[in-house]
Write a protein that binds this ligand. Structure first.
Ligand SMILES: Cc1cc2nc3c(=O)[nH]c(=O)nc-3n(C[C@H](O)[C@H](O)[C@H](O)COP(=O)(O)O)c2cc1C
Length: 360
């Protein structure tokens, strides 16, 4: 039983779509809870006015009846309200009438740091918009909706997942960058509590939980570094100061006093909280554009300027939380299986009763 997520949707197209397969039947979903995560993704210091325009909400087209999953593919939709301004420019079919609104002129001045140039070259595009519309992180909205579903599933077995910003003085850095029409990045951390030992496997690299979580984080736009536990800092430490000693309570329950490993040893969760970090680069769309070359004329120019965030680090905390939750839910589905939620929960209960582990 494996959980899978497939998404589609362009930044200014009609909607973003996600299909989640591999959910058990009988999981209760709450629309307000999913919408609350969508709202969290849109908030944060340094975001562009587009976020006020969108006010994302989730629609469900399939896989849910009266708030309970059917164990069939779950189809989620988040509409792009901004599409109203791009109806001609982003029409899925050949547009009718005179060009109007946004996106009518081709993008020929690629932004350094974005997918514009690489995408135009890869697909042989005359209009880099054909690349940037999907490369854009707008699609993370529907991934956050899928992450909220994953969190609902994980909550049934006592797991909670929370992302937060760990960059210091972020607001000040954003204010300074905005004043100079520049952008900034930052670092986020995601912690998951209640993870039993045994998710993932050392058997193959595809199964290693650390590799899977790193891929989940690196799969997010603008993430250029991922760490598990103390990560890069571990390289500086001695073994005696790096590894988390194993201790036992009077009743034989095993525990650790430190968690430098971030809850994963040998690619397998070890029962401690899972802790991962992601480093985000500064956003590539600058209001004071960098040098670029016009792909149509070959002449030097300045990169595309489009309404854009100064920073999206707080949004990344929510997106990373969703990505980690989805991957953990996938690992939990592999371990505990079950067509119905009751079967899934019962398998988890039987397993944790067998091992000397206390939830932390
Ligand atoms: C939540 C979020 C919001 C983003 N917002 C913007 C933005 O407003 N402007 C921008 O230029 N890049 C933004 N990005 C980053 C770009 O999507 C990303 O840099 C681009 O797709 C190129 O991919 P790469 O950075 O992974 O190489 C955002 C990323 C995330 C995760």
């Amino acid at each position: 039983m494996s959980l899978r997520l497939t998404t589609a949707g362009e930044s200014h197209g009609p909607a973003l779509v996600a299909i989640v397969t591999g959910l058990p039947a009988g999981l209760v979903l709450d629309r307000a809870t999913i919408d609350a995560d969508l709202a969290r993704r849109q908030q944060g210091y340094g975001r562009s006015p587009r976020q006020k325009l969108e006010q994302d909400t989730v629609e469900v087209l399939a896989g849910l009846r009266r708030g309970r999953t059917l164990g069939t593919p779950l189809a989620l939709v988040v509409r792009n309200r901004d599409h109203a301004n791009w109806e001609w420019g982003m029409s899925p079919w050949p547009p009718e009438g005179e060009p109007s609104g946004k996106g009518t002129k081709p993008v020929t001045l690629p932004r350094p740091g974005h997918a514009d140039l690489a995408g135009a070259e890869k697909f042989g595009l005359a209009d880099a918009r054909d690349a940037l519309e999907r490369a854009s992180a707008r699609q993370t909205a529907v991934a956050v909706a899928a992450g909220a579903v994953a969190k609902a599933l994980l909550a049934e077995i006592g797991i909670d997942v929370l992302g937060r910003v760990v960059t210091e003085a972020l607001e000040q850095r954003i204010d300074e960058a905005r004043a100079e029409r520049d952008t900034v990045g930052g670092v986020v951390e995601v912690r998951a509590h209640g993870i039993p030992p045994g998710l993932g496997s050392y058997a193959t690299k595809e199964e290693r939980l650390d590799a899977r979580l790193a891929a989940a984080l690196m799969g997010i736009q603008a993430v250029k570094g991922a760490e598990i536990g103390a990560g890069f800092e571990l390289a500086e430490r001695r073994g005696s100061d790096a590894h988390d000693e194993i201790l036992a309570d009077a009743d034989g329950t095993l525990y650790r006093e430190t968690n430098h490993a971030g809850g994963i040893e040998g690619g397998v969760s070890n029962g401690e909280p899972v802790v991962v970090r992601a480093a985000m680069k500064p956003l590539p769309t600058l209001m004071r554009p960098l040098r670029s070359v016009d792909l149509e004329t070959g002449k030097a120019g300045e990169a595309l300027v489009e309404r854009s965030d100064v920073a999206a680090v707080e949004a990344l905390a929510v997106v990373a939380e969703a990505a980690v939750a989805f991957e953990l839910a996938r690992a939990a589905r592999e371990k505990f299986g079950g067509d119905s939620l009751d079967d899934f929960v019962a398998a988890h209960r039987a397993y944790v009763e067998r091992i000397p582990w206390r939830m932390r």
